[in-house]
Design a protein around this ligand. Structure first.
Ligand SMILES: NC(=O)c1ccc[n+]([C@@H]2O[C@H](COP(=O)([O-])OP(=O)(O)OC[C@H]3O[C@@H](n4cnc5c(N)ncnc54)[C@H](OP(=O)(O)O)[C@@H]3O)[C@@H](O)[C@H]2O)c1
Length: 189
């Protein structure tokens, strides 16, 4: 069975995911949405193994320093320029396929699920990679100004699932911001 690649993202109606190196809704906080992100990315299905989070350099630095590395997960940062992992990161990879190779070879005995956690170019590469993929999308139902965007989800390549374990189906609201969770699965090509 080929490994499933997972991506998780929260996006505004125009698919905006970031603004000035932060989340578009900053300084508002969506604490339950963050707990959902944590639960999905931390929960491993194999005892004794940890999930892996793969992120671009700017996403790494968008995480408050006190929260880096993301706990209980193996943190891989992608950069073409860095010569060593940024302080606190577990691994550095110079491109997406090297990051996946690192998981499959060096981390083969430790790693369980792989989660792509941003930003734009990593989501794009993941969405265009062959093999089984799942996209865990939080649709933020309010528009904020954005400068970083998620590529459009092609519905001839991905189908929206009607339900998924541990993912609430009802409308969520925090700090006056409504949102809903969606899970897309890649369609065999
Ligand atoms: N809403 C959400 O769910 C969500 C999730 C994640 C991030 N964000 C937001 O998105 C913004 C950051 O995302 P971003 O798209 O601007 O940047 P990013 O993808 O996090 O980082 C870009 C950098 O990562 C490295 N990189 C990216 N793809 C690479 C590849 N294939 N191979 C090697 N290195 C690669 C490069 O680093 P070098 O320049 O060092 O070579 C590149 O300049 C922030 O505003 C953040 O808050 C939002």
């Amino acid at each position: 069975m080929p490994r499933v690649l997972n991506a998780i993202v929260a996006a505004c109606p125009d698919l905006g995911i970031g603004k000035n190196g932060n989340l578009p809704w900053h300084p508002a906080r969506l604490s339950n949405e963050f707990k959902h992100f944590r639960k999905m990315t931390v929960t491993s299905s194999v005892e004794g193994r940890q999930n892996v989070v793969i992120m671009g350099r700017k996403t790494w630095f968008s995480i408050p320093a006190k929260n880096r590395p993301l706990p209980d997960r193996i943190n891989i940062v992608l950069s073409r320029q860095c010569k060593e992992p940024p302080a606190g990161a577990h691994y550095l990879a110079s491109d997406f396929s090297s990051a996946l190779r690192l998981v499959d070879v060096e981390l083969a005995d430790q790693a369980d699920q792989v989660w792509i956690i941003g930003g734009s170019s990593l989501y794009k590469e993941m969405m265009e990679t062959l093999g089984p993929r799942r996209l865990f999308v939080t649709q933020i139902l309010k528009q904020f100004e954005c400068d970083t965007f998620l590529p459009e989800i092609c519905l001839d390549k991905y189908r929206l699932l009607s339900e998924f374990p541990e993912v609430p189906q009802d409308l969520q609201e925090e700090n006056g911001i409504q949102y809903k969770y969606e899970v897309y699965e890649s369609i065999e090509q």
